[in-house]
Design a protein around this ligand. Sequence first.
Ligand SMILES: *Cc1c(COP(=O)(O)O)cnc(C)c1O
Length: 359
Amino acid sequence: MQYLRNKYIFTPGPVRMYEETLQLGSVQAPYFRNEEFSQVILECEQNLLQLLNAPKSSRVIFLTASGTAGMEATVQNLLNKNDETIVINGGGFGQRFVDLCKLHKINHLNHKLIVNDLFNTTQLNNYSSATTLLINAHETSIGLLYNMKSVGEFCKNNGILNIVDGISLFITDELDMQKQNIDALIISSHKGLALPPGLTMVVLSPNAIQKITPPNCMYFDFNRYINDGKRGQTPFTPAVTILLQLQARLKQIKKDGILFHIEKAKSIADYFRTQICVLPLKAYSQSMPNAMTTLTPTDGRSAYDIVKDLDQKYNVVVAPNGGDLRNIIFRVSHMGNMDKDYINVLIDALYQYFGVERK
Ligand SMILES: *Cc1c(COP(=O)(O)O)cnc(C)c1O
């Protein structure tokens, strides 16, 4: 256990947490069917809506689940037999939306991107008759950031409901529901928010709320959450402790201003990318978010071996990739409680690993 805890982590979830979050995680979980806890949920909802610049009368659904449950629940509640949905498929998470559409028998157009094909919405002009669109704002499997403003404009101009998985973008990069015309947005606790895994939130604009069709399941029926949420409750036991940690986190983020956090992530990402530029590594994606850097070794080494060696020799954990990309790329997250001292541990490890002296 101690062995697991003493690692320096740079993974895209879980991410390094803040001291306050750790402290709140160490206390007894309170009972939640009371006025006091309702206030916690209502405050979290208000602060999230504000930080995301959600349209008036938007609502937040709090699910006790990981991010994929938020993706699945959204497909089940917002899409139905009459829909034709575009799925932007740039990697593992895009493919997950495709798989969910197949499973739930939703008509879909799988817009599969070729490696490093910089997606732009003119590619979608043939699909303007679609009713809905599913996209992962940041395709975390390869570190590809899409232009969410142009996606939003395309959706708005064609009357398409814009459903966005923003799980690995919130706090580190801009997410603005009004500016980017986002109708439904999925976010999770264990990415930029830097909380433990287990809480996923689906933010619904009035347009999305109107489109809900009750799904053939109980736990993920959005209408139940919307009704109970009016008085600050959830239909089933919420992730009580994570909600208390969320309340504190949102309060802090609001106090600092979200721009402060976006700028902080950007400065960490820029610092890391500049510092490692003399090493035999190159950026894999042409469009990277502040949240993460995806790297390819240029000296013939296997990316997977680098991940393994960094862990074993330096106690530094970065994320490997699966499948075809296993030996091609590894990923370094900049989400969570990052500062220069902390990222320098990774940078120093990389210099030593490659046998380059750091000046
Ligand atoms: C992390 C992540 C998810 C959620 O994955 P879970 O393992 O279910 O938490 C979904 N989409 C994206 C883009 C992610 O980065």
